[in-house]
Ligand binder design. Structure first.
Ligand SMILES: NC(=O)c1ccc[n+]([C@@H]2O[C@H](COP(=O)([O-])OP(=O)(O)OC[C@H]3O[C@@H](n4cnc5c(N)ncnc54)[C@H](OP(=O)(O)O)[C@@H]3O)[C@@H](O)[C@H]2O)c1
Length: 414
């Protein structure tokens, strides 16, 4: 190959690569982020300015000092393309995952500088791309998406990875990522229901181990018995309702502190174990439930001893489904999953569940709400937008009862 032809070849290759990158970029969350942030649009957002487990150190309110024209937002916002929708955010739901991201994802991660926190969002569609109404998740729906439709969801991994969050006035996401807010439910409730808590509860309830444990109990002529550790939190409070629904009709034992006993009973729990009254929860369960073992244990706290001692209070065909990783490191999970019984492994099924949020799951939760499987999203507190730091500080206490929500748009009343 002569020098000239080699040069022509490399130029062509460079041009093709540039076109490819440009194509990928314009369809990526990163492009949406750039279209929607300071460069082109002036609006209020919270942003993470420093890695810290103290929200007061990590967060800053970014206010350009220019009022967004809410009467005509598209005058300043770019129009969504393809299957995207632009949402005027009314509420953001806070999750423990937000705190973990705030403290741990370093600021040098490319495309994630000054990320906006909060993975859960709810709001009203103000603009739609040409393919949004016919996107995969909404095509042929009885009630199609339109301007003015109230929607909610949980940001998917690529959006979180590129620094998107719900604590901002306007958010552009694919229509496929959202579900319509269920009728007769407020946006405050919907942001929790269709967000991380609701989607995680759905993941837990539909896991094959849960189905198998219920089937084994029914086959043996027993009503399934379920233990929920951390029953008063965002996920636990929904798991109580799902397991008490007509289709599951389980006997539910809720583990929480005494101050939340009345709360979990009101959601349907048959029994309450106040963990603060026992030196060791597993030892208490081994004594109290040896003759009346559970079929399924949901662990929303992350207790390795609860699994290790489970043969004393969990049926042989039962399972422990845990949603809390981290903290303890990965060794216990590898052990729980892989160590054979003859080498000292615990003779009970174990699974660590991890949510990969999706619009499909949000729509499945909306279905559970509409059929009455989930009746309500208990709300701990709704904080005003300016008090997001206080809201995260309350979340960090791990004492919230149901969800903590931030009201982004003060004009939304429902
Ligand atoms: N794997 C996943 O994909 C996934 C998804 C969602 C959430 N999670 C994780 O799951 C956990 C629960 O999430 P969440 O949103 O439900 O949290 P949350 O709402 O913040 O949970 C707060 C509740 O936890 C209870 N609690 C705290 N310590 C407890 C203990 N030792 N025993 C029993 N209850 C206790 C508190 O009740 P008391 O005040 O009565 O103690 C409080 O009501 C978090 O660690 C979260 O990171 C994981």
């Amino acid at each position: 190959m002569s020098f000239l032809s080699f040069s022509a070849f490399t130029s062509l290759l460079t041009a093709c690569t540039a076109i490819l990158i440009a194509q990928l970029y314009t369809r990526s969350p990163l492009a949406v982020r750039h279209r929607n942030t300071a460069r082109s649009v002036k609006m209020k957002s919270w942003e993470v300015v420093k890695n810290s487990d103290k929200p007061s150190e990590a967060l800053r309110l970014k206010d350009d000092g220019v009022e967004t024209d809410h009467a005509n937002p598209l005058a300043t916002l770019p129009r969504p393309k393809g299957g995207d929708i632009t949402i005027k955010v009314s509420h953001a739901g806070l999750n423990p995952a937000d705190l973990a991201f705030m403290a741990n994802i370093p600021s040098w991660v490319p495309f994630r500088r000054r990320p906006t926190p909060a993975i859960d969002f709810a709001g009203t569609i103000v603009a739609m791309g040409p393919q949004a109404a016919s996107s995969k998740g909404h095509k042929g729906a009885a009630k199609p998406l339109a301007i003015g439709t109230r929607v909610a969801g949980c940001l998917t991994v690529p959006y979180v990875a590129t620094g998107h969050g719900g604590l901002t006035e306007y958010l552009t996401v694919p229509a496929d990522m959202v579900a319509r807010q269920p009728d007769n439910h407020t946006s405050v409730a919907s942001v929790g229901l269709l967000g991380c808590a609701g989607q995680t509860a759905h993941l837990c309830a539909t896991d094959s181990h849960a189905r198998d444990a219920f089937a084994a109990a029914t086959k043996e002529g027993r009503r399934p018995r379920v233990l929920i550790n951390g029953a008063s939190g965002g996920v636990g409070s929904l798991l109580i309702q799902i397991n008490k629904s007509k289709s599951r009709d389980a006997h539910v034992t809720a583990v929480c502190s005494g101050r939340n006993a009345k709360f979990v009973r009101a959601l349907g729990a048959d029994e309450v174990v106040d963990y603060t009254q026992h030196k060791s929860l597993p030892e208490y369960l081994a004594t109290a439930y040896a003759d009346n073992k559970f079929d399924l244990i949901y662990d929303c706290v992350g207790s390795q001893p609860l699994y290790l001692q489970s043969p004393s209070y969990l049926q042989p065909k039962g399972a422990v489904l845990c949603i809390v990783g981290g903290g303890q490191g990965s060794a216990p999970f590898v052990r729980n999953k892989l160590l054979p019984t003859f080498l000292g492994g615990t003779p009970r099924a174990y699974k660590l569940l991890a949510l990969f949020p999706s619009g499909e799951q949000a729509r499945a939760v909306a279905g559970m709400v509409e059929e009455g499987t989930i009746k309500e999203m208990p709300i701990d507190t709704v904080f005003p937008f300016e008090e997001a730091v206080a809201a995260y500080e309350k979340l960090a206490t791990k004492r919230s009862r149901g969800k903590i929500i931030v009201q982004v748009d003060p004009t939304v009343k429902e």
